[in-house]
Design a protein around this ligand. Sequence first.
Ligand SMILES: Cc1cc2nc3c(=O)[nH]c(=O)nc-3n(C[C@H](O)[C@H](O)[C@H](O)COP(=O)(O)OP(=O)(O)OC[C@H]3O[C@@H](n4cnc5c(N)ncnc54)[C@H](O)[C@@H]3O)c2cc1C
Length: 519
Amino acid sequence: MPANEGTRTYDAVIVGGGHNGLVAAAYLARAGRSVLVLERLGHTGGAAVSTRPFAGVDARLSRYSYLVSLLPAKIVRDLGLDFQVRGRTISSYTPVERGGRPTGLLVGGGEQRTREAFARLTGSEREYEAWQRFYGMTGQVAQRVFPTLTEPLPTRDELRRRIDDETAWRALFEEPIGVAVEENFADDLVRGVVLTDALIGTFADAHDASLAQNRCFLYHVIGGGTGAWDVPVGGMGALTDALATAARTTGAVLATGHEAVRIATDGHTAEVTYRTADGEGVAAARHVLVNASPQELAALMGDPSPEPAEGAQLKVNMLLTRLPRLRDASVDPREAFAGTFHIAEGYDQLAIAHAQAAAGELPAAPPSEIYCHSLTDPTILGPDLAGRGYQTLTLFGLHTPARLFARDNDAVREELLKSTLAQLDAHLAEPLTDCLATDADGRPCIEAKTPLDLEHDLRLPGGNIFHRALSWPYAQEESGRWGVETRQANVLLCGAGAVRGGGVSGVPGHNAAMAVLEA
Ligand SMILES: Cc1cc2nc3c(=O)[nH]c(=O)nc-3n(C[C@H](O)[C@H](O)[C@H](O)COP(=O)(O)OP(=O)(O)OC[C@H]3O[C@@H](n4cnc5c(N)ncnc54)[C@H](O)[C@@H]3O)c2cc1C
């Protein structure tokens, strides 16, 4: 769409073409509304994209987000998306050294096998039984909470009644999650595996009084009503592409390379000024939906900036010529890497890493988790690479808040990458670098993104992958009917920063569209 074409009026202008902006666009366009999406980057998708990051190498990696859990089947159905996910046969593998010998815990591959794996590691049936009880409880909560995400916000009491389990309510909503983890589990490794779901993209301790870790945990165990994390077939870009197609074919205009720079509104109609390579333009609308972060919304409206929301993760993408062999020879690497492979994520290790980072140091043993997409879905590799047995690895590191990178992002990135890979190497029978593929220029196929990189590339505030700390999924003061409302009646948030936003879910996009259609 050219700049300076004169002011056109739309029913809705959407600022940001991340997956949530596209969900909102598709719902509104299907309802017959005229929709313009302004995306500052040259492509849609935001943090839900696939790219070929390595020169001359035909591997389409989910560059940022990589697993899907929170996307309701309803959205896929309503929008007729050509998009599928595939379950993982292995849930997780955690290597550890016990009694001077390499061993580990493989969760998945059937109930009997998992039971035996727990017994082998811990010497009794107790931890497995606790695991079954605990995840039975979260499964019940998931079934009751997940369907509410695409309904108007329940009150706290309504949600509590709906959950109808006071033990679960206390464990998840009232006491720091560390209490439930310690009450239910005795083994340090098992405790650590459970706790990691509370720390993804969230810099908190198990006992943090803010309960930010509880909210993170909740969103990690309720997806799809089961808490399963599935592999997007074709990579995360396949979802964005399907959404862009759904929006476009129903008439939405997707304008990439268009950066919104100002929103002016009297509460009834609005004007959005945008900038392109050719200059400035203005689009008028009844409603403006903001898929960008709350920080960006405040800047666009000329409001004071909300509390900064710091991210704390390292994301590493790799292409390997083969999977590395493990020191724990009882496990096939094809199984170990198919699920979430936990590194330095024992319960005590997580607490130490958090304390070190909170004191301003990089964790000495940085915790992280890795997973191999191509084992479950090889379609992201070109036929030549797939035929030669190449595999992708994605690593998500914890407990490295943005402030640690402020002194020199490049140097700290390099130092952290080295120490993170050293933690992985400690469990491998050969160094990971021996398995890294090389690109067309002979460079190893590995890239790392710090919180500051994400802020720079994607405008995630402080590199926060959820735009801001996750919210409870119930109504709070000023959260409005759908959790997307702002101080102006015709300006809505439709991105991760909304109540019930965060993650690849499409939920805030859906909810903002519903709020517009109800108005
Ligand atoms: C490294 C990483 C790993 C993750 N892993 C997972 C995972 O495995 N599973 C999961 O569920 N979630 C994961 N997440 C979180 C998830 O990706 C995000 O929460 C989600 O993608 C947010 O989607 P969104 O559409 O709300 O916002 P975004 O994806 O942030 O999109 C916002 C869009 O707005 C655009 N924009 C910003 N400002 C302007 C402006 N002024 N004008 C025009 N356009 C603008 C941006 O360029 C961007 O395209 C991960 C995130 C990261 C970064």
